[in-house]
Write a protein that binds this ligand. Structure first.
Ligand code: NAP
Ligand code: F7E
Length: 327
């Protein structure tokens, strides 16, 4: 039976990937940080098949210990400080977890090796934030990086380390350059979930307004459930490689707002949305749109959920959730 160790198990992608791998017959292990992490109980209530091991991406020996206990055939490194805005305020922590954490895991894998002398296959969660101030449109695996935040810089470090360990030591290490992916499990701090959740609360009379930052940014938004399948496909290939995973469409935040408010029957979003300077970033990524043709051809991957369906899925989920809470 294949055994997967997932870092970032409590995050959006960790949850989707656990579910996906469990359905494929994997034994699923998750690295859980902290002492009595409050997220453990709700995670196990929803996904009782997950087995937790303690560890932290800032602590090398804990990663070695986790690999020795789990003996995984595949490691998915999803753990990170992933909120770009936070990375400006906690740049050192972000560099340590999101950047150097990748190196620690790669070194731990190199040291421990895989069960029965089979090498461990490694997936690194790279990001479209590495493109930052984009050099070309759309962005592909060959586009140069120009990160615009400490988060983006840390991801570039992790990405290059993954490539370097593959080339230097022959590790089966692949890097997925994933563009924004969202869904009902998205953290409330990210703009799509902030919008869908606020729309639900406004509809139910629990909130009057929604304050946002820069509405001009454009993103290539897909559904997280589609994207975790690509992670798994990368590790099933004979040769490790890097792949862009994206929809190939870009949308302004105002388009997300329009669809979300319409979906809840609230009409014109401009009646409810205000601008608050605190949500602007010191440097912005203005436009992202990915070219996933390599993944489509080599992995046979294709997104299934389109942009309007994604917005509707998130708003409907949050309307149901808030209505249940209000009872
Ligand atoms: P997320 O919801 O923010 O989850 C981040 C996870 O990292 C959480 O489980 C968190 O654990 C864990 N973590 C934080 N610090 C850690 C540490 N020191 N040691 C071990 N784990 C730690 O992120 P996501 O949206 O699922 O994204 C998954 C990965 O893909 C991340 O690496 C992210 O940067 C990357 N990515 C995401 C997107 C996207 O659009 N979602 C796009 C490209 C790349 P706690 O809950 O215990 O804090
Ligand atoms: O911001 C703008 C903000 O925080 C999107 C992470 O998963 O995807 C994510 O990073 C845009 C930005 O995601 C608000 O300025 C306006 O232009 O939802 P976000 P992100 O920064 O694109 C990449 C691919 C990752 O790898 C990251 O881990 O929306 N924006 N007003 C706002 N953003 C937020 N969060 N809140 C606002 O009020």
């Amino acid at each position: 039976m294949p055994r997967a160790l997932i870092t970032g198990i409590t995050g959006q992608d960790g949850q989707h990937l656990s579910e996906f791998l469990h359905e494929k017959g994997y034994e699923v292990f998750g690295l859980m940080k902290g002492q009595n992490n409050p997220k453990a109980e709700s995670l196990l209530a929803e996904f009782p098949f997950i087995r937790l091991v303690s560890g932290d991406l800032t602590d090398f020996s804990s990663l070695v210990a986790a690999l020795r206990v789990v003996e995984p055939t595949e490691v998915y490194n999803l753990g990170a400080i992933s909120f770009v805005a936070m990375s400006f305020n906690q740049a050192e922590l972000t560099s340590n977890v999101t950047g150097v954490g990748v190196l620690r895991m790669l070194e731990a894998i190199r040291l421990v090796g895989g069960p029965n002398n089979n090498p461990i296959r490694f997936y690194q969660a790279s990001s479209s934030e590495m493109y930052g101030q984009v050099r070309e449109i759309p962005q592909s695996e060959l586009t140069a990086f120009h990160p615009r935040s400490p988060y983006g810089v840390a991801k570039v470090f992790g990405h290059h380390m993954t490539v370097n360990y593959r080339e230097s030591y022959g590790l089966h290490a692949s890097s997925g350059i994933l563009f924004n992916h969202e869904g009902p499990r998205r953290g409330y701090e990210f703009v799509t979930r902030k919008i869908s959740h606020s729309v639900a609360r406004i509809k139910l009379g629990l909130q009057d307004t929604l304050l946002l930052g820069n509405l001009a940014a454009k993103r290539d938004w897909g559904y997280a459930g589609d994207y975790v399948k690509a992670m798994w496909l990368m590790l099933q290939q004979d040769q490790p490689d890097d792949y862009v995973i994206a929809t190939g469409e870009t949308h302004e935040i105002t388009e997300f707002l329009q669809l979300a408010f319409e979906c809840a029957g609230l009409g014109d979003w401009k009646k409810y949305v205000g601008i608050d300077k605190q949500y602007f970033r010191p440097a912005e990524v203005d436009l992202l749109v990915g070219d996933a043709s390599k993944a489509e051809q080599k992995l046979g991957w294709k997104r299934e959920v389109d942009f309007p369906s994604l917005v509707e899925m998130m708003v409907r989920h949050d309307l149901d959730m808030e209505a249940r809470r209000a009872k």
